[in-house]
Design a protein around this ligand. Sequence first.
Ligand code: SF4
Length: 383
Amino acid sequence: MTTIPRIKGWCPGAWRPMATGDGLLVRVRPPLGQLSRQQVVALCEAAETFGSGLIELTSRANIQLRGVTDASWPPLMAFLVEHQLVSDDPQAERQPQLMLAPAWQVGDDTHTIARLLQTRGSELAPMPGKIGIAIDAGKAPVLCDSAADFRIERSVEGGLIVRADGYECGTAVNEPEPAVEQLIRLTHWFVDSGGWDSGRMRRHTAPLPDWAPADTAPASPGEKLALGKHSEGRVVGLPFGRVAVNTLRAAVSPINVSALQVTPWRRLLVKGGDTLPTVDGLIRHNSDPRLAMDACPGAPYCEQASVSTQPLAERLSGWVEASVHISGCAKGCARQRPAALCLTGREGRFDVIVNGRADSAPVKADLTESEALDFIRKLNESS
Ligand code: SF4
């Protein structure tokens, strides 16, 4: 564990950390999207001891530790393996990422399919690193807005379908086992038909094979987990997907908390934690304006950023009654869809974009932070 394979522009993992503006970023995939209370405590200790103490939740429901150094990475990995937060086999994280519909129950179709895929993961074709699989087999699909290349979902008739990204419909399958069989076959078709060149299923232009007809519609999308009380505990939000270890520790401190379920929506389901203590640094109410805001890590966390983003997002919170995106650069990692208001950093200054993406044409360019705030204030007054 002495040589750190540095990567850029690729999906980082724990065994393949990514060099960023504040050190190495180590990404952990919680098995089945869940962490026991003991694992959460261990994760907090790992972030504090070997990193900067910041923990992030990604839009693919992964956990990131920031600020790891060349020297602290080897003992961090040993610690994560010891606490079963990372496999001791570096090849395991080369398998496609599985994203489960949050709030799955033991024995339901989502859980059954995920366990089958854990067992049969090596039968999936080796695919590009960004390929992901959504297991979304609850009463209604809830991961429709989350990036995935292949999905197992509930159909409009109530059965299961396997759907390739880019297609509105999927192939009907009866039960979890045939669904996994179909998915494995589809991944091999993807690779055999040039999937490594296209990189993602959405960009793959080869027609689906005859045995995978896209003829069965998914059920109408269900709701994301709302903040507040839940039948299994309580749902809380993380401002811009980031949390400090002390906040996370406090969130799992009540003795009845058993586990944390991660989600792709910057929300955590604290299982058993129906009476959480008041903890600074968590969002507890569905009316919190930060839920409609996106902000990437920005400077100093990302080398591409010339401006700080999340503190500005906090300052802007509540100013605009619509979607807001603060982006450290035109890449727009935090939000690919247009936002009502977007501020994009460029050479230490900001471009202001209305109803657009981070790379859209600005209505006003090259502003300091205070000039940008003044401009937004005037926009508000005139609307
Ligand atoms: S949008 Fe730019 S600054 Fe923000 S995380 Fe992505 S690359 Fe970094």
